[in-house]
Design a protein around this ligand. Structure first.
Ligand SMILES: Cc1cc2nc3c(=O)[nH]c(=O)nc-3n(C[C@H](O)[C@H](O)[C@H](O)COP(=O)(O)OP(=O)(O)OC[C@H]3O[C@@H](n4cnc5c(N)ncnc54)[C@H](O)[C@@H]3O)c2cc1C
Length: 389
């Protein structure tokens, strides 16, 4: 006798819909897919990774190696370290041997100083953060039920029904048993309509939650050789002379057929100063000239021989920044709101709406660490309930 097993059709398009394909959304999606759940991920941009943005610059323009978003994680960040180890991604320590430079103001002659050592060195990924995005994408496709990924798919509305949710947006229509929203809270508050509406408290919490580093702008100059290292300098500098405020060595070891890359990277002063606002409004060519002139002041005229230049102003990126995110907070926010990290709920969504994203994490909130912790937390909450339904 043939053993006929009748499998009822799944009532919805997917078990879990994930909004946002940054580190948090990808880690949540992978965890759920590994346990056999059907996952559909919607990403507004035409690429995965979110704030993880790695680009190529001549002479290796066709291979990404320059991080214009996050570059570092730290030994005490256990979730991101566990993920990197699980994916077997090679890691190296931020270069910091040699003297640092200090510029007290415009026109002040730069000085050298010997910064105190740190027991908690900054760690980087060989190949940049693109290596992590690529590995997570590969894992999402190798899972028992590969994750369905839609790019250029901004979610604009999420409606809860008795036993499911409906997502609508740019080319998006999807029914799911549950949804994990893994986009920055302020972006969610501005861009996504919830039906029925979220409570006033929750809506206000989303709108008040600063997107970490949304105010940032990074500029990178690439070179044929690390001339600053050869001169006994680490590449680290602190400057009040502008336009860059904090500068680091951004060299990359050779990897997967890509030769070593040599670079200096700097964070532009925030928009709160008139000079920084004016710098950001200039043409890209004028900004490049100003950045190289500053690097030459700090590290010598070889800095003018840059082979390439790249920059990214995150304040102009509406998939990262919500209202007021162009202004940096006075200190690193706590990111401990129980409504966002799931310890408390005041919505009528019967647990069908879960939050992820670094800014929803009480652990390492704002950092890559918080993104991974929140993605795993949301996935664990669904797995703990037995099924998505
Ligand atoms: C310049 C810079 C430097 C940084 N440096 C560091 C560092 O060195 N170390 C560190 O730990 N952290 C650093 N950070 C912070 C780190 O980048 C973040 O903590 C982390 O990347 C957040 O991941 P996430 O998935 O929570 O959010 P995101 O990466 O912001 O991902 C959210 C995703 O949601 C998408 N999205 C938005 N709206 C919608 C919508 N309506 N529909 C669908 N998708 C949507 C976005 O496009 C994005 O892909 C830095 C950030 C910046 C900008």
């Amino acid at each position: 006798m043939t053993d006929l097993r009748i499998v009822p059709p799944k009532p919805f398009d997917t078990d879990v819909a994930v909004v946002g394909g940054g580190l948090a959304g990808l880690t949540a999606a992978c965890r759920l897919a590994e346990s056999g759940q059907g996952v559909t991920l919607f990403e507004a941009r035409s690429r995965l990774g979110g704030r993880m943005l790695t680009t190529g610059v001549p002479p290796v323009a066709d291979r990404p190696w320059i991080d214009l978003g996050p570059a570092w994680f730290w030994p005490h960040h256990q979730h991101i370290r566990a993920l990197v180890a699980q994916l077997a991604l090679p890691v190296f320590e931020q270069h910091r041997d040699g003297l640092a430079r200090y510029e007290a103001g415009a026109g002040s002659p730069p000085e050298s100083f010997d910064p105190p050592g740190s027991a908690d060195p900054s760690l980087r990924l060989v190949g940049g953060m693109a290596a992590l995005t690529r590995a997570l994408y590969a894992a999402s496709q190798a899972a028992p039920t590969p994750v369905t990924i839609h790019l250029d798919a901004a979610v604009r509305a999420i409606t809860v029904h008795n036993d499911h949710v409906v997502l609508n947006g740019d080319g998006v229509h999807c029914t799911a048993a549950r949804v994990i929203v893994a986009a920055p809270p302020r972006v969610v508050a501005r861009d996504i309509t919830f039906v029925p509406p979220l409570s006033h408290t929750l809506q206000a919490t989303l709108a008040d939650t600063v997107t970490w580093m949304g105010h940032a702008m990074k500029c990178v100059a690439t070179y044929d050789a690390p001339f600053w290292r050869d001169a006994g300098r680490s590449g680290y500098a602190v400057s009040w002379g502008g336009p860059l405020q904090e500068i680091h060595d951004a060299c990359m070891p050779p990897h997967e057929g890509t030769p070593a890359g040599y670079a200096l990277m700097g964070f532009v002063a925030p928009r709160t100063s008139a000079a920084a606002r004016a710098f950001r409004e200039q043409s890209a060519e004028a900004r490049r000239t100003a950045v190289l002139a500053q690097l030459a002041r700090l590290f010598g005229n070889e800095a003018l021989t840059a082979t390439g230049y790249a920059e990214y102003d995150w304040t102009r990126d509406s998939f990262t920044c919500g209202p007021h995110d162009d202004v940096p907070p006075a200190a690193h926010p706590e990111y401990d709101d129980a409504l966002l990290h799931g310890a408390r709920t005041d919505d009528p969504w019967n647990g069908r709406l879960l939050w992820a994203g670094s800014e929803t994490s009480a652990v390492g909130g704002g950092y890559l660490e918080g993104a991974v912790a929140s993605g795993w937390r949301a996935a664990a909450a669904i797995r703990a309930s037995g099924s998505a339904f």
